[in-house]
Design a protein. Structure first.
Length: 311
Protein backbone atom coordinates (compact mmCIF):
# COMPACT_ATOMS: atom_id res chain seq x y z
CA UNK A 1 0.00 0.00 0.00
CA UNK A 2 2.80 2.42 0.87
CA UNK A 3 6.26 2.55 -0.59
CA UNK A 4 9.19 3.08 1.73
CA UNK A 5 11.72 5.60 0.52
CA UNK A 6 14.99 6.64 2.13
CA UNK A 7 14.50 9.90 4.00
CA UNK A 8 15.84 12.93 2.13
CA UNK A 9 15.44 15.11 5.21
CA UNK A 10 17.55 15.39 8.33
CA UNK A 11 15.58 14.41 11.44
CA UNK A 12 17.52 13.78 14.59
CA UNK A 13 16.55 13.10 18.17
CA UNK A 14 15.66 10.31 20.55
CA UNK A 15 14.34 7.19 18.80
CA UNK A 16 11.07 6.26 20.52
CA UNK A 17 10.38 3.16 18.43
CA UNK A 18 12.32 1.22 15.83
CA UNK A 19 10.68 -1.06 13.24
CA UNK A 20 11.96 -2.76 10.11
CA UNK A 21 11.07 0.00 7.64
CA UNK A 22 10.72 3.07 9.82
CA UNK A 23 11.36 4.60 13.20
CA UNK A 24 9.55 7.10 15.39
CA UNK A 25 11.93 9.88 16.30
CA UNK A 26 11.38 12.64 18.86
CA UNK A 27 12.62 15.17 16.37
CA UNK A 28 14.71 18.01 17.75
CA UNK A 29 14.20 20.06 14.58
CA UNK A 30 10.42 19.66 14.30
CA UNK A 31 9.69 19.73 18.03
CA UNK A 32 7.43 16.67 18.02
CA UNK A 33 7.71 12.95 17.31
CA UNK A 34 7.08 11.58 13.83
CA UNK A 35 7.82 8.72 11.47
CA UNK A 36 11.14 8.66 9.70
CA UNK A 37 10.99 8.20 6.76
CA UNK A 38 7.59 9.70 6.06
CA UNK A 39 5.29 7.98 3.53
CA UNK A 40 5.34 9.49 0.02
CA UNK A 41 2.66 12.10 -0.64
CA UNK A 42 1.31 10.20 -3.66
CA UNK A 43 0.70 7.08 -1.56
CA UNK A 44 -1.06 9.10 1.11
CA UNK A 45 -3.29 10.74 -1.51
CA UNK A 46 -4.45 7.37 -2.87
CA UNK A 47 -4.98 6.01 0.64
CA UNK A 48 -7.18 8.87 1.90
CA UNK A 49 -9.16 9.26 -1.31
CA UNK A 50 -10.31 5.64 -1.27
CA UNK A 51 -8.72 3.04 0.98
CA UNK A 52 -9.13 4.83 4.33
CA UNK A 53 -12.92 4.54 4.48
CA UNK A 54 -13.55 1.80 1.91
CA UNK A 55 -11.11 -0.75 3.30
CA UNK A 56 -9.37 0.39 6.50
CA UNK A 57 -12.53 1.75 8.23
CA UNK A 58 -15.50 0.36 6.27
CA UNK A 59 -18.00 0.54 9.18
CA UNK A 60 -17.03 3.93 10.57
CA UNK A 61 -19.72 6.04 8.90
CA UNK A 62 -22.58 3.67 9.73
CA UNK A 63 -21.33 3.22 13.29
CA UNK A 64 -21.06 6.96 13.90
CA UNK A 65 -24.59 7.56 12.59
CA UNK A 66 -25.86 4.80 14.88
CA UNK A 67 -24.17 6.44 17.87
CA UNK A 68 -25.05 10.00 16.87
CA UNK A 69 -26.95 10.75 20.09
CA UNK A 70 -23.78 10.16 22.09
CA UNK A 71 -21.58 12.16 19.71
CA UNK A 72 -23.99 15.10 19.67
CA UNK A 73 -24.22 15.28 23.44
CA UNK A 74 -20.75 14.34 24.69
CA UNK A 75 -18.48 15.45 21.83
CA UNK A 76 -19.96 17.91 19.33
CA UNK A 77 -22.07 19.61 21.99
CA UNK A 78 -19.05 20.26 24.21
CA UNK A 79 -16.99 21.64 21.33
CA UNK A 80 -19.85 23.82 20.08
CA UNK A 81 -20.36 25.32 23.51
CA UNK A 82 -16.63 25.91 24.02
CA UNK A 83 -16.16 27.54 20.62
CA UNK A 84 -19.23 29.72 21.08
CA UNK A 85 -17.99 30.84 24.49
CA UNK A 86 -14.47 31.57 23.22
CA UNK A 87 -15.76 33.52 20.22
CA UNK A 88 -18.62 35.24 21.99
CA UNK A 89 -21.18 33.75 19.59
CA UNK A 90 -21.54 31.64 16.47
CA UNK A 91 -19.87 32.32 13.14
CA UNK A 92 -18.40 30.70 10.06
CA UNK A 93 -16.64 27.38 10.71
CA UNK A 94 -14.50 25.14 8.49
CA UNK A 95 -14.25 21.43 9.31
CA UNK A 96 -11.11 19.99 7.71
CA UNK A 97 -11.47 16.24 7.21
CA UNK A 98 -15.22 16.53 7.82
CA UNK A 99 -15.85 12.78 7.47
CA UNK A 100 -19.59 12.15 7.01
CA UNK A 101 -20.55 15.68 8.01
CA UNK A 102 -21.82 14.69 11.47
CA UNK A 103 -20.00 17.52 13.27
CA UNK A 104 -21.09 20.13 10.73
CA UNK A 105 -24.71 18.97 10.78
CA UNK A 106 -24.80 19.55 14.55
CA UNK A 107 -23.26 23.02 14.20
CA UNK A 108 -25.60 24.00 11.36
CA UNK A 109 -28.59 23.15 13.55
CA UNK A 110 -27.27 25.69 16.08
CA UNK A 111 -26.87 28.57 13.69
CA UNK A 112 -23.30 28.26 12.42
CA UNK A 113 -22.35 28.96 8.80
CA UNK A 114 -20.58 25.73 7.83
CA UNK A 115 -18.20 24.31 5.23
CA UNK A 116 -16.36 20.99 5.11
CA UNK A 117 -13.36 19.61 3.27
CA UNK A 118 -13.09 15.83 2.85
CA UNK A 119 -10.76 13.95 0.47
CA UNK A 120 -12.38 10.52 0.94
CA UNK A 121 -15.00 9.72 -1.70
CA UNK A 122 -17.25 7.64 0.56
CA UNK A 123 -17.20 10.14 3.41
CA UNK A 124 -17.72 13.11 1.09
CA UNK A 125 -20.76 11.43 -0.47
CA UNK A 126 -22.19 10.69 2.97
CA UNK A 127 -21.62 14.29 4.08
CA UNK A 128 -23.30 15.86 1.05
CA UNK A 129 -26.02 13.29 0.36
CA UNK A 130 -27.03 11.99 3.81
CA UNK A 131 -25.91 14.70 6.24
CA UNK A 132 -26.72 17.32 3.58
CA UNK A 133 -23.93 19.69 4.52
CA UNK A 134 -21.90 21.87 2.11
CA UNK A 135 -18.52 20.23 1.48
CA UNK A 136 -15.76 20.07 -1.08
CA UNK A 137 -13.97 16.83 -1.96
CA UNK A 138 -10.35 17.92 -1.70
CA UNK A 139 -7.22 17.92 0.43
CA UNK A 140 -6.75 21.02 2.54
CA UNK A 141 -3.18 21.38 1.32
CA UNK A 142 -4.49 21.81 -2.25
CA UNK A 143 -7.43 24.09 -1.45
CA UNK A 144 -7.30 27.68 -2.65
CA UNK A 145 -7.26 30.12 0.26
CA UNK A 146 -8.97 32.78 -1.85
CA UNK A 147 -11.77 30.35 -2.74
CA UNK A 148 -12.32 29.24 0.84
CA UNK A 149 -12.35 32.72 2.36
CA UNK A 150 -12.01 33.53 6.05
CA UNK A 151 -13.50 31.74 9.06
CA UNK A 152 -14.26 32.44 12.70
CA UNK A 153 -13.34 28.87 13.63
CA UNK A 154 -11.57 25.85 12.15
CA UNK A 155 -12.06 22.30 13.39
CA UNK A 156 -9.37 19.61 12.99
CA UNK A 157 -10.31 16.26 14.51
CA UNK A 158 -7.98 13.30 13.82
CA UNK A 159 -6.20 15.14 11.03
CA UNK A 160 -2.87 16.45 12.30
CA UNK A 161 -1.47 12.98 12.99
CA UNK A 162 -1.88 12.19 9.28
CA UNK A 163 -0.28 15.18 7.53
CA UNK A 164 3.26 15.23 6.20
CA UNK A 165 4.00 18.88 7.02
CA UNK A 166 2.14 19.92 10.19
CA UNK A 167 3.81 23.33 10.47
CA UNK A 168 2.81 24.41 6.95
CA UNK A 169 -0.66 22.97 7.55
CA UNK A 170 -1.19 25.07 10.68
CA UNK A 171 0.25 28.21 9.12
CA UNK A 172 -2.32 27.91 6.33
CA UNK A 173 -5.02 27.37 8.97
CA UNK A 174 -3.84 30.55 10.71
CA UNK A 175 -4.17 32.54 7.47
CA UNK A 176 -7.76 31.33 7.02
CA UNK A 177 -8.83 32.52 10.46
CA UNK A 178 -10.09 36.01 11.09
CA UNK A 179 -8.16 37.88 13.82
CA UNK A 180 -9.54 36.52 17.07
CA UNK A 181 -10.63 33.30 15.35
CA UNK A 182 -10.15 29.94 17.06
CA UNK A 183 -8.91 26.55 15.90
CA UNK A 184 -10.00 23.38 17.73
CA UNK A 185 -7.59 20.46 17.27
CA UNK A 186 -8.13 16.88 18.46
CA UNK A 187 -5.36 14.29 18.08
CA UNK A 188 -4.29 11.08 19.84
CA UNK A 189 -2.30 11.63 23.04
CA UNK A 190 0.53 9.22 22.29
CA UNK A 191 3.55 8.24 24.36
CA UNK A 192 1.60 9.50 27.39
CA UNK A 193 2.39 8.45 31.00
CA UNK A 194 -0.35 5.81 31.23
CA UNK A 195 0.82 4.18 28.00
CA UNK A 196 4.28 3.91 29.53
CA UNK A 197 2.76 2.11 32.54
CA UNK A 198 0.83 -0.27 30.27
CA UNK A 199 3.83 -1.23 28.16
CA UNK A 200 5.89 -1.91 31.28
CA UNK A 201 3.23 -3.70 33.32
CA UNK A 202 1.80 -5.81 30.48
CA UNK A 203 5.00 -6.26 28.43
CA UNK A 204 3.45 -4.68 25.35
CA UNK A 205 5.05 -2.99 22.39
CA UNK A 206 3.83 0.58 21.64
CA UNK A 207 0.39 -0.53 20.40
CA UNK A 208 -0.70 3.03 19.56
CA UNK A 209 1.75 3.37 16.67
CA UNK A 210 -0.30 3.21 13.49
CA UNK A 211 2.21 3.31 10.65
CA UNK A 212 2.39 4.47 8.01
CA UNK A 213 -0.79 6.59 8.06
CA UNK A 214 -0.22 8.06 11.55
CA UNK A 215 2.87 10.10 10.78
CA UNK A 216 2.96 12.45 13.79
CA UNK A 217 2.82 11.67 17.52
CA UNK A 218 2.05 14.65 19.73
CA UNK A 219 2.00 15.38 23.43
CA UNK A 220 0.06 18.29 24.92
CA UNK A 221 3.28 20.26 25.26
CA UNK A 222 4.64 19.53 21.79
CA UNK A 223 1.35 20.40 20.09
CA UNK A 224 1.04 23.62 22.09
CA UNK A 225 4.62 24.56 21.17
CA UNK A 226 3.88 23.90 17.49
CA UNK A 227 0.76 26.08 17.62
CA UNK A 228 2.68 28.90 19.29
CA UNK A 229 5.44 28.58 16.68
CA UNK A 230 2.76 29.13 14.03
CA UNK A 231 1.51 32.31 15.71
CA UNK A 232 -1.39 30.92 17.76
CA UNK A 233 -2.15 31.53 21.42
CA UNK A 234 -3.42 28.40 23.19
CA UNK A 235 -6.57 29.09 25.20
CA UNK A 236 -7.67 25.74 26.56
CA UNK A 237 -6.65 22.09 26.95
CA UNK A 238 -9.17 19.24 27.17
CA UNK A 239 -8.88 15.46 27.14
CA UNK A 240 -11.00 12.35 26.61
CA UNK A 241 -11.36 9.24 28.75
CA UNK A 242 -7.99 7.48 29.29
CA UNK A 243 -8.71 4.17 27.58
CA UNK A 244 -5.42 2.79 28.94
CA UNK A 245 -7.28 2.23 32.22
CA UNK A 246 -9.24 -0.60 30.58
CA UNK A 247 -5.97 -2.39 29.81
CA UNK A 248 -4.79 -2.01 33.39
CA UNK A 249 -8.15 -3.41 34.59
CA UNK A 250 -7.69 -6.52 32.45
CA UNK A 251 -9.72 -5.61 29.35
CA UNK A 252 -7.09 -6.14 26.66
CA UNK A 253 -8.57 -4.47 23.60
CA UNK A 254 -5.30 -4.32 21.66
CA UNK A 255 -5.85 -6.29 18.47
CA UNK A 256 -9.24 -7.52 19.73
CA UNK A 257 -12.12 -5.70 18.03
CA UNK A 258 -14.79 -7.35 20.20
CA UNK A 259 -13.17 -6.24 23.46
CA UNK A 260 -12.41 -2.82 22.02
CA UNK A 261 -16.05 -2.29 21.06
CA UNK A 262 -17.19 -3.35 24.53
CA UNK A 263 -14.81 -0.86 26.15
CA UNK A 264 -15.99 1.89 23.82
CA UNK A 265 -19.62 1.18 24.71
CA UNK A 266 -18.88 1.18 28.45
CA UNK A 267 -17.14 4.53 28.16
CA UNK A 268 -20.09 5.96 26.19
CA UNK A 269 -22.59 4.61 28.72
CA UNK A 270 -20.68 6.18 31.61
CA UNK A 271 -20.53 9.60 29.95
CA UNK A 272 -24.17 9.53 28.85
CA UNK A 273 -25.32 8.67 32.38
CA UNK A 274 -23.42 11.61 33.81
CA UNK A 275 -25.05 13.96 31.30
CA UNK A 276 -28.47 12.45 31.97
CA UNK A 277 -28.01 13.10 35.70
CA UNK A 278 -27.00 16.71 35.11
CA UNK A 279 -23.34 16.02 35.88
CA UNK A 280 -21.93 16.88 32.45
CA UNK A 281 -20.08 19.88 33.83
CA UNK A 282 -18.42 17.65 36.44
CA UNK A 283 -17.29 15.24 33.70
CA UNK A 284 -15.83 18.08 31.67
CA UNK A 285 -13.93 19.37 34.72
CA UNK A 286 -12.48 15.89 35.28
CA UNK A 287 -11.30 15.69 31.67
CA UNK A 288 -9.83 19.19 31.83
CA UNK A 289 -7.89 18.14 34.93
CA UNK A 290 -6.61 15.05 33.12
CA UNK A 291 -5.41 17.33 30.33
CA UNK A 292 -3.46 19.44 32.81
CA UNK A 293 -1.68 16.24 33.86
CA UNK A 294 -0.94 15.14 30.28
CA UNK A 295 -3.46 12.29 30.43
CA UNK A 296 -6.43 11.20 28.31
CA UNK A 297 -6.55 9.07 25.16
CA UNK A 298 -7.20 12.08 22.95
CA UNK A 299 -6.06 15.65 23.49
CA UNK A 300 -8.12 18.67 22.44
CA UNK A 301 -6.56 22.11 22.20
CA UNK A 302 -8.26 25.41 21.43
CA UNK A 303 -5.97 28.11 20.09
CA UNK A 304 -6.59 31.64 18.84
CA UNK A 305 -5.20 33.78 16.10
CA UNK A 306 -4.55 36.92 18.18
CA UNK A 307 -6.18 40.21 17.29
CA UNK A 308 -3.65 42.01 15.16
CA UNK A 309 -1.65 38.81 14.62
CA UNK A 310 0.46 38.90 11.46
CA UNK A 311 0.33 36.21 8.77
Amino acid sequence: MFNVEPSKESHSGKVLHQAENFRVVECADCGFAHLDPKPPAADLKRFYEGTFYDEANPDYLVKTEREIGYWNRAVYGVKERNLRNLLGGTGRILDIGCCGGFFLRYFADRGWDILGLEPGRSAYEWATQKSRVPAKQMFFELASEAELGLFDAVHLAFVMEHVREPKEFLRKTYRLLKPGGVVCIEVPNDFNPLQAVVTAALSKEPYWICAPDHINYFTFDSLEALLENCGFRVLRRDATFPLELFLLMGDDYVGNERVGLACHERRMRMEERLYEEGAGELLEKIYADLARRGLGRQMILYAQRPQGGTV
